[in-house]
Write a protein that binds this ligand. Structure first.
Ligand SMILES: Cc1cc2nc3c(=O)[nH]c(=O)nc-3n(C[C@H](O)[C@H](O)[C@H](O)COP(=O)(O)O)c2cc1C
Length: 152
């Protein structure tokens, strides 16, 4: 049944984000698609993060993170942040702004969040954050992942 479950998930069209965080000593970024808006009042987002991911332990209550919704022109960043590059090399891309919480300047939208709750369950943790600030470019051209590949 697990095969069928994966098949069902592969049929869905997923928006692709890069999740980024830093704590003054370490900085991490990873590609994520298990992302949803949790509530409007307050504005909040949830993202499911594998407990084995490099960024996982940075995402504690009160930590800051950014969710960067990629455009269809940013396949390369999605690939870099999902394993084609590791660790700090992921931040060599020129689109990164590293002044405070790392974020991607040419993303379709950036959501800046403060982590309010973490819910570890099974292999993942649900990371829930309140949106403190956001930037929307006005573009409607999100990067989509379906059936194991990016739509271009
Ligand atoms: C399109 C796509 C979506 C992904 N979504 C998630 C996700 O929502 N949560 C997650 O934990 N990993 C997700 N991953 C896997 C991570 O991006 C990948 O394992 C990454 O290398 C983890 O970072 P690390 O190597 O620093 O641990 C996704 C990968 C891809 C290609």
């Amino acid at each position: 049944m697990k095969e069928k479950f994966l098949e069902v998930l592969r049929t869905t069209k997923q928006n692709v984000f890069v999740l980024a965080a830093e704590n003054g000593e370490q900085r991490h970024a990873m590609t994520v698609s298990s992302v949803f808006s949790l509530s409007l009042d307050p504005m909040s987002m949830a993202v499911s993060v594998n407990q084995s991911a490099g960024i996982h332990d940075l995402l504690k209550v009160n930590s800051k993170f950014s969710l960067n919704l990629l455009t269809s022109e940013q396949v390369n960043i999605a690939e870099i942040c999902s394993g084609s590059e590791e660790g700090q090399i992921r931040f060599n891309h020129p689109d990164w702004n590293l002044t405070e919480v790392p974020f991607l300047e040419n993303a379709q939208s950036n959501l800046f969040c403060t982590c309010k709750k973490t819910v570890p369950l099974y292999s993942h943790s649900l990371i829930i954050g309140e949106v403190d600030n956001l930037y929307h470019s006005g573009k409607i051209n999100p990067l989509i992942y379906q059936d194991g590949k990016y739509e271009k």
